[in-house]
Write a protein that binds this ligand. Sequence first.
Ligand SMILES: NC(=O)c1ccc[n+]([C@@H]2O[C@H](COP(=O)([O-])OP(=O)(O)OC[C@H]3O[C@@H](n4cnc5c(N)ncnc54)[C@H](O)[C@@H]3O)[C@@H](O)[C@H]2O)c1
Length: 269
Amino acid sequence: MLQDKVCIVTGAGAGIGRATAIEMARQGARGVLAADLDRARAEETAALVEAAGAAALGFGGDIADAAAVEAMVAAAAERFGGIDVLHNNAGIHETGFTERTRIEDLDEAIFDKVCDVNLKGVFLATKFAIPYLRESAAGAIVNASSLSGLVGFEGAGAYCATKGGVILFTKVTALELAADGIRCNCYCPGVADTDMARGYIASQPDPVLAEQVLVASHLNARMADPVEIARLVCFLASEDSSFINGAAVPIEAGAMAWRGVHEATGAAS
Ligand SMILES: NC(=O)c1ccc[n+]([C@@H]2O[C@H](COP(=O)([O-])OP(=O)(O)OC[C@H]3O[C@@H](n4cnc5c(N)ncnc54)[C@H](O)[C@@H]3O)[C@@H](O)[C@H]2O)c1
C-alpha cells in the first residue's frame, strides 16, 4: 500500500504510466503528479487519479529536457509538500519513429532520441528528485526496464541497449542512495497491451505472426494488462518491498523460463 505517499509518474499519459498513477491512488497515495510529453493526456490522467481518490497534478514536459524535469520535480514538491516515490516510466521505441530500425539502417538521430528519453530521462528525474526523496521517511525509485533489457530483439538495438542500461543505472542508484534510506529497483515486463506494444507489432513485416510469437513466449499466452505491471510498481514503491533493493524484477509470465519452438506458430519464441 502507498498510504499518504506523494508519487511522481513520468510518461503517465498512457499505458503502464497511466495505469500506475491510478493504481497509486487506489492504494492510498496522497498526491500523484502525472507527467507526460503530451500535457492534455497528463491532465486526463490527473482527472482519473482524482476520481480514484488522490490529489493530482498534470504536468506537460519532455523527460529528456533537464529544465523541464527540474520544474516537474519542483512542482510536485511545491504542490504536495514533498516527494516519496519516483516512477521513471516514460519510454519510447525506435519502431515508433521509423521502419528502418536494424542497426545498419538506423538513423543516428533516432538512436540519440531513444537514449535521451529512455536513459537520460531516468538520470535527470533521479538527479533532481534525490534531494526531496532524502527528506522522505521511505523514499523509493522504480524504473521501467524491459524483457528487452535482458535479451536481444532484432531491430531494437537502441531500445534494448537503453533498457539494459536502466538495469545497471538502477543498481548504481541503489548503491549511492542506500545510506539515505532511498531504495531503487527496476522491473522487466514482457509484452503489455499498450500503444507502444501495438506500435511495435504493427511495425513488424508480419504483424499477425509477430503478435502470436510475442504472446506465445509468455507461459500465460496473453499480453499483460497494464494494471498487472502497475501493481508491481506500487509494490516496489511501497514499504511492503522494504528488503528489495537494486533489483531487476521480471514480470513476463515466464518468458525467460524457457526457450523453444511454440506449437501454435511453429516459430521460435
Ligand atoms: N508495453 C510493453 O509491452 C512494455 C514492455 C516492457 C517495458 N515497457 C516500458 O514501460 C514504459 C511504458 O510503456 P508503455 O507501453 O506504457 O508506453 P506508451 O507508449 O503506451 O506510453 C508512454 C508514454 O510516455 C510518454 N512519453 C514519450 N516520450 C516522452 C518524453 N520525451 N517525455 C515525457 N513523456 C514521454 C508518451 O507520451 C506516452 O504517454 C516504457 O518505458 C516502456 O519501455 C513497456
